[in-house]
Design a binder for this molecule. Structure first.
Ligand SMILES: Nc1ncnc2c1ncn2[C@@H]1O[C@H](COP(=O)(O)OP(=O)(O)OP(=O)(O)O)[C@@H](O)[C@H]1O
Ligand SMILES: [Mg+2]
Length: 410
């Protein structure tokens, strides 16, 4: 009858509208990337020449200051030239940072070191002095995974976000800086589309003015500002943030509400390079394996590879499979001292069901569970059946190592 037909038609349109909206958003993102790259290059290009010009101005202004006697009126003119040149030099420094895109000096970094380092700089003291009504809070848990990048650029990025946050607060308010490990089971579409994977996340949030919808598209462009030019307000801060995040192969998200505040979220991909650092050998001994066999079950290739690499480093013999069915199949023919079991696998049976089937083959099978989400009922159920610790993704070598050790010795 008519009512039914009407409903089908309606559903069709919503689906199409959603697809169109998604396409539009994707185009918007691609355009933004192109535009930002071009603007960054343009801005950076003028910096070198400008720097030379400023150098000459500064040199002569200094000479004038030496030669003009204290009581002479012309001296204050020379002083003004000097001050302006210094301001110009600071802007050129930012432009040069933009020009130096494509960071080449990268190190394995703990982002917490960058945060605590920044809090001890005179730059931060200065921000605090200028914004006495702002309450700065930090929440940086230890055991942060490492990222690969350039400490100077990252510190500058943090500084710009914190400064913007403080400047957005007109009365009293809070600025919160947070770091955390985050495993994304699937891509999320925020301001950028953030791909599935392991990240170290830096968030800077404020309870300030928020950003108008019409400005949200422009804030990362070089020279976009709505601050009165003076000590601050060149509009280069977020351009530097954007460039730095892109050079670190990271992603940005912005959540903002006018009158409520703003949160900038930066996603930096995790590096596993720390696992070859020799100084870690010593404390690794506590949770080293002794050739026991481990079966890794995870539907995502990169996750499987990381787990395999870590566990091999720890001295285990590792076999990996891509889903629960394969795991069951494998254990019909082979033995594993312990399985490292991903909880959520699509398509196919999940971790709990896999474990139930495995227990039918070997009722004493040891296992630890890993998942990107917090402990669910399914996890608890698996633990009731005999599975050991639950480890949250992304994990450091120490947590998976300790969990496996404890389970094997139980
Ligand atoms: N936390 C925030 N809250 C509200 N608005 C913000 C925030 N961060 C950035 N903005 C807006 O984005 C604009 C661009 O920021 P950006 O840091 O690039 O330049 P700026 O702060 O104006 O100048 P500069 O950083 O060069 O001193 C700002 O002028 C402001 O309007
Ligand atoms: Mg700024």
């Amino acid at each position: 009858d008519g009512a039914v037909r009407y409903q089908v038609y309606y559903n069709d349109i919503t689906e199409r509208k959603r697809a169109e909206e998604e396409k539009r958003k994707l185009e918007e993102r691609l355009n933004r990337v192109e535009k930002m790259e071009a603007l960054g290059q343009l801005a950076g290009g003028v910096a070198h020449d400008l720097n030379n010009v400023l150098g000459i101005l500064m040199g002569y202004a200094e000479l004038l200051l030496i030669e003009i006697p204290e009581e002479d009126r012309a001296r204050s003119h020379a002083e003004k030239i000097m001050q302006s040149t210094e301001r110009g030099a600071a802007i050129v420094q930012d432009l040069l940072t933009l020009a130096r895109r494509g960071i080449n000096k990268t190190e394995v970094i703990d982002l917490n070191d960058i945060v605590s380092g920044f809090f001890n700089t005179p730059v931060f003291e200065n921000i605090q002095d200028c914004h006495p009504r702002v309450n700065f809070k930090i929440s940086c848990p230890d055991k942060l995974l490492k990222i690969k990048g350039s400490p100077i650029h990252l510190e500058k990025t943090l500084m710009n976000l914190v400064l913007n946050a403080a400047e957005a607060i007109t009365e009293k308010g809070d600025v919160t800086i947070r770091t955390e490990n985050l495993y994304l089971e699937k891509a999320i579409a925020g301001y950028d589309e953030v791909k599935q994977g392991d990240y170290v996340v830096l968030t800077v949030s404020d309870t300030g003015t928020g950003i108008l919808a019409e400005n949200k598209e422009k804030i990362f462009e070089p020279f976009f500002t709505n601050k009165i030019t003076g000590r601050s307000g060149t509009g280069l801060g977020l351009a530097i943030v954007w460039g730095t995040v892109k050079d670190h192969r990271g992603y940005i998200d912005v959540q903002t509400e006018v009158g409520q505040g703003t949160t900038f979220t930066l996603y930096f991909p995790v590096t596993r390079e720390e696992m070859i650092a020799p100084q870690q050998k010593k404390w690794m001994e506590e949770y080293m394996g002794h050739g026991e066999t481990v079966l890794v079950v995870d539907d995502i290739t990169e996750q499987r590879d990381v787990a395999s690499a870590l566990l091999k480093k720890l001295g285990y013999k590792v076999h990996a499979v891509a889903n629960g069915e394969e795991a069951v199949e494998y254990l019909r023919q082979n033995k594993a001292d312990i399985i490292v079991l991903d909880m959520i696998m699509v398509p196919g049976i999940d971790g709990l069901e896999t474990y139930q089937k495995i227990l039918e083959i070997n009722p004493k099978q040891k296992a630890v569970i890993v998942s990107g989400f917090s402990e669910t009922d399914r996890v608890k159920e698996a633990q009731k059946l005999g599975a050991g610790a639950y480890i949250r993704k992304p994990y450091v070598m120490e947590s998976i190592g300790m969990a496996i050790r404890n389970e094997l010795q139980r």
